[in-house]
Design a protein around this ligand. Structure first.
Ligand code: SAH
Length: 261
């Protein structure tokens, strides 16, 4: 048994029932799969059992990458790299179905990076990703709740999101301290069109800087004394950031873009 590296967030999934559940979310036959952070290959085995056309895995740990090459030979293609340094748009000509049980700090970073960098042609058809439960709850929350925030808005801008299940620490080796959740994402067919995703990132960052305070201050910071936009979109400047729904943040971003063009 390989010793787990804490620095790389190595908590290997050992629960066969959960693995089966994750790889059965959708049909994998004839699909091209990308798995990130395959570790010792437990989930990889589950994926292979569903007869995909091709499996590409990205594993940062050199020893694990070697182990995977030995274990799976030509059944998978191993890329021994850091997922954060990879241009996902160049990975494959074919659309990918993505699985990932990554360290929790990276899964959020990766999800945001992927959303912000989406091109005309979207490189994946589905994402099946594991998060710490608390983060998953933020991603799937709705406005007027305490979990609602930037991550919710960014994710829901481009993706349809469904929770598959929660996973107990007992399903991992070594056991993490917290509960996890698996989320299933698909690109939205129709999404609110913006000039630059960075603007949505900026607007939500400034609005959610002080989540308990009224949105007057961030609003004036972005739109100066211009009240007409607020009344056009129908927002009350005495609300708190979590009181505005997704659509309102998209509209605000569009107005912000119009002012600057
Ligand atoms: N999916 C496996 C392992 C999960 S542990 C399982 O369920 O059993 C997380 C894995 O991600 C580890 O194998 C770790 O080495 C790998 N990893 C951590 N950071 C990474 C990065 N930046 N890029 C690619 N892989 C990474």
């Amino acid at each position: 048994m390989m010793r787990a590296k804490k620095s790389l967030g190595q908590n290997f999934l050992i629960d066969k029932k959960i693995i089966t559940k994750i790889v059965s979310i959708l049909e994998l036959e004839n699909k091209n799969i990308l798995e990130i952070g395959p570790g010792t290959g437990n989930l990889t085995e589950g994926i292979l059992s569903r007869n995909p056309e091709k499996v590409l895995v990205i594993e940062k740990d050199d020893n694990l990458a070697l182990l995977l090459k030995k274990k799976f030979r030509d059944k998978i293609e191993v890329i021994n790299k850091d997922i954060l340094k990879i241009n996902e748009n160049l990975l494959s000509d074919k659309t990918l179905t993505v699985f990932g049980n990554l360290p929790y700090n990276i899964s959020t970073e990766i999800l945001c990076k992927w959303i912000l960098n989406l091109k005309e042609k979207i490189w994946f058809d589905s994402l099946i990703l594991m998060f710490q439960k608390e983060v998953a709850d933020r991603i799937i929350s709705s406005f007027n709740t305490k979990n609602y925030g930037r991550l919710t808005i960014l994710a829901n801008w481009r993706l349809d999101i469904k929770k598959i299940c929660d996973i107990s620490p007992l399903s991992f080796q070594p056991q993490p301290k917290i509960e996890s959740s698996v989320l299933f994402f698909k690109p939205k067919k129709n999404f609110f069109s913006l000039k630059n995703s960075k603007n949505l990132e900026k607007i939500t960052r400034i609005f959610f800087m002080h989540r308990r305070k009224m949105i007057k201050k961030p609003y004036f910071q972005l739109f100066n004394e211009n009240i007409s936009i607020a009344s056009k979109i129908g927002i009350d400047l005495n609300s708190r950031p979590q009181n505005l729904d997704f659509e309102t943040y998209f509209e605000l971003t569009k107005e912000y873009e119009n002012l600057r063009s």
